[in-house]
Design a protein around this ligand. Structure first.
Ligand SMILES: Cc1cc2nc3c(=O)[nH]c(=O)nc-3n(C[C@H](O)[C@H](O)[C@H](O)COP(=O)(O)OP(=O)(O)OC[C@H]3O[C@@H](n4cnc5c(N)ncnc54)[C@H](O)[C@@H]3O)c2cc1C
Length: 436
């Protein structure tokens, strides 16, 4: 049956990291076995026969969300291929993506056929299923998270049954951002659209006061905007415009000036891992991510956290974090501010309203980071922050549930899909508490 290894003896995926740890190296998976099934039937047999089991994507989460004690299942050797299904007008369609496929692989095939996804995260290295399971997002006032492109899931439940969940199914809105709690997703359907071109213009020295005064206009200035800051000053603004919407790049951007050379958001890092800047037009998948496939994304030696607040709290949230700048600075590599459009997916951080995403790339000092997170969460509390499910945070179920109107419905969904708790783990007990 497929391949089975003691954890640590196989190398799923192409990252050079040891397979028993997550990408950041701050977590060693505790599972006794790592399976690499080749068929869906093998996935079903592994799941049905395991007491505790989790699917593993590309291991880019910074917390124990994908951890388990008995069996980990990587779908990177699954023998099903990518299938494109066209809708009536042939201009759009659905890509049926195998459970272990990374965005980096999907985008190449879509681009080859002149199609695109609506948005991408900062890196193409992550799996489509793992990313959409946690509400992973890019930026843009009118861009929902990557999970909003999902139109179908094929899930192996803990009884080994394969079920298909599509938008006409009453569980659909609860099942898309699933945190790995419902089963092993063997195939996911994501919507695609005609291809488009993007240019990235980087600006430096945007005054904070100007950013706060014009935040909505800054975020609305292009298809996807990222603001980088250390909470003392705004270091850079990355303005990614669609050529078909706005084929211009002003020399000045809300008082910031145009960068004259490629610029890394992390001052000491090499620019070779970045996608092209300086306004050079390129295909969507070569501009929307900050980092290039085939290179280490970001820095590699880091931890990350992120909080989402309703857009009406944007200014208060920025003020709260600026007041903590002295506490944050010794641990911070850089912060990034992005926007994500509202959706109706129960556990999406953008459920029910547009949000501002406040991201932290930390130094790899986990005790230090864990000490500062409660202070950040205290400071943001009046803004009702929702933590990124795949990054480091300290809030637990009692607090998190107050931020999600459908939280109890999700708990009930988990108990229906997984009544014996095979997909339970410490993370889900702590943050969801479906089996209390
Ligand atoms: C350098 C870097 C940059 C990042 N940039 C961004 C960004 O721009 N925006 C953003 O929002 N996030 C970002 N992230 C976070 C990242 O997108 C998420 O952590 C994402 O969930 C990682 O996907 P993965 O494939 O590595 O999943 P994993 O970490 O392997 O797993 C995540 C969850 O998905 C579940 N899962 C995976 N595959 C399956 C499956 N087949 N069936 C069922 N469940 C499954 C796992 O059980 C687990 O619960 C970044 C992370 C890194 C390391």
């Amino acid at each position: 049956m497929g391949e089975m290894h003691q954890v640590g003896s196989a190398a799923p995926g192409s990252d050079a990291r040891q397979p028993e740890t997550n990408w950041a190296g701050n977590l060693t998976y505790r599972a006794a076995r790592l399976h690499r099934p080749r068929t869906v039937a093998e996935v079903q047999a592994i799941v049905a026969g395991s007491e505790r089991v989790k699917a593993l994507g590309s291991r880019h989460c910074f917390n124990d969300i994908a951890d388990t004690t008995a069996d980990l299942v990587s779908l990177d050797a699954l023998d099903i291929g990518l299938e494109l299904e066209w809708l009536d007008d042939v201009a759009t369609g659905v890509a049926w993506v195998p459970g272990g496929m990374r965005y980096g692989e999907l985008v190449v095939e879509l681009a080859r056929q002149r199609y695109a996804l609506h948005n991408l995260a900062s890196l193409p290295h992550i799996t489509v299923v793992g990313a959409t399971a946690t509400g992973t997002h890019g930026s843009g006032n009118r861009n929902g998270s990557l999970s909003t492109s999902v139109v179908g899931l094929e899930i192996v439940r803990s009884d080994g049954q394969l079920v298909t969940v599509t938008p006409d199914h009453p569980d659909f809105a609860g099942a898309v951002v699933h945190l790995g709690a419902l089963g092993v997703v063997t195939r996911i359907g994501v919507r695609f659209q005609p291809t488009f071109s993007v240019r990235n213009n980087v600006y430096v020295d945007l005054p904070w006061d100007r950013l706060l005064a014009d935040l909505d206009a800054v975020a609305d200035a292009a298809y996807s905007v990222s603001v980088f800051t250390d909470w003392r000053e705004v270091t850079q603004v990355w303005v990614k415009s669609r050529i078909d919407e706005l084929d211009m790049a002003p020399e000045e951007f809300f008082g910031a000036r145009s960068a004259t050379a490629p610029t890394h958001m992390l001052k000491t890092s090499s620019i070779e891992n970045l996608t092209e800047q300086l306004g050079v037009p390129g295909e969507w998948h070569e501009r929307l991510p900050h980092f290039r496939a085939g290179f280490t994304p970001s820095k590699g030696e880091e931890l990350q956290s992120e909080y989402f607040v309703p857009r009406r709290h944007a200014r208060a949230a920025c003020d709260a974090l600026r007041s903590l700048a002295g506490r944050i600075a010794p641990l911070l590599q850089i912060s990034e501010i992005r926007t994500v459009a509202a959706d109706e997916l129960w556990l999406s951080p953008a459920y029910g309203g547009d949000v501002l995403a406040l991201h932290f790339t930390w130094l790899p000092d986990e005790p230090g980071v864990r000490a500062v997170l409660p202070q950040i969460e205290d400071a943001l509390r009046p803004c009702a922050p929702r933590p990124h499910w795949g990054k480091l945070f300290s809030a637990e179920a009692d607090e998190i549930e107050s931020r999600y109107p459908r939280f109890d419905d999700f708990r009930a969904l988990v108990r229906r899909f997984d009544p014996r708790g095979a997909f339970r783990n410490d993370y889900l007990d702590r943050t969801i508490g479906a089996f209390r």
